[in-house]
Design a binder for this molecule. Structure first.
Ligand SMILES: O=c1ccn([C@H]2C[C@H](O)[C@@H](CO)O2)c(=O)[nH]1
Ligand SMILES: [Zn+2]
Length: 134
């Protein structure tokens, strides 16, 4: 992966972040996932007055992709306005593992700082379908 190649994906996440519905936390997040065949699906966090119903940007992006029939992902971008780059939360790590496996996760901020990490490093020894021997 070259960061240059990821420019469009980062831009998609940055644009999605502008749609964040975050009146409660004021913490705006964007995400974008790229399929193996090059399609991009982006999402933002969507909060709710019942706080626990809030959905993160990463899950919105992935569920948009899945609901459009996309399968097989290459990389995922998450963008927020933090100096220490914002990683996916615990529930999102599980969802990323379910649909994307050991994908490359690109974390970035509005200033252009970028770090990459693999999903498997964020969620070691994950529970997944391999354990469901039904
Ligand atoms: O990786 C993250 C971390 C947090 N949030 C959202 C959830 C909530 O709306 C707000 C504060 O946690 O940020 C995301 O969308 N993605
Ligand atoms: Zn999350």
């Amino acid at each position: 992966m070259s960061l240059n190649e990821a420019k469009d994906l980062i831009e998609a996440a940055r644009r999605a972040r502008e749609n964040a519905f975050a009146p409660y936390s004021n913490f705006r997040v964007g995400a974008a996932v790229e399929t193996i065949d090059g399609r991009v699906f982006a999402g933002c966090n969507v909060e709710n007055a019942t706080y626990g119903l809030t959905v993160c940007a990463e899950r919105v992006a992935i569920w948009k992709a899945i609901s459009e029939g996309a399968r097989g992902f290459r990389r995922l971008v998450v963008i927020a306005d933090t100096e220490e780059l914002t990683p996916p939360c615990g529930p999102c790590r599980q969802i990323i593992w379910e649909f994307c496996g050991d994908i490359e996760i690109i974390m970035t901020n509005l200033g252009g700082k970028v770090e990459t990490v693999r999903a498997g490093d964020l969620l070691p020894r994950a529970f997944d379908r391999r354990f469901l021997t039904i």
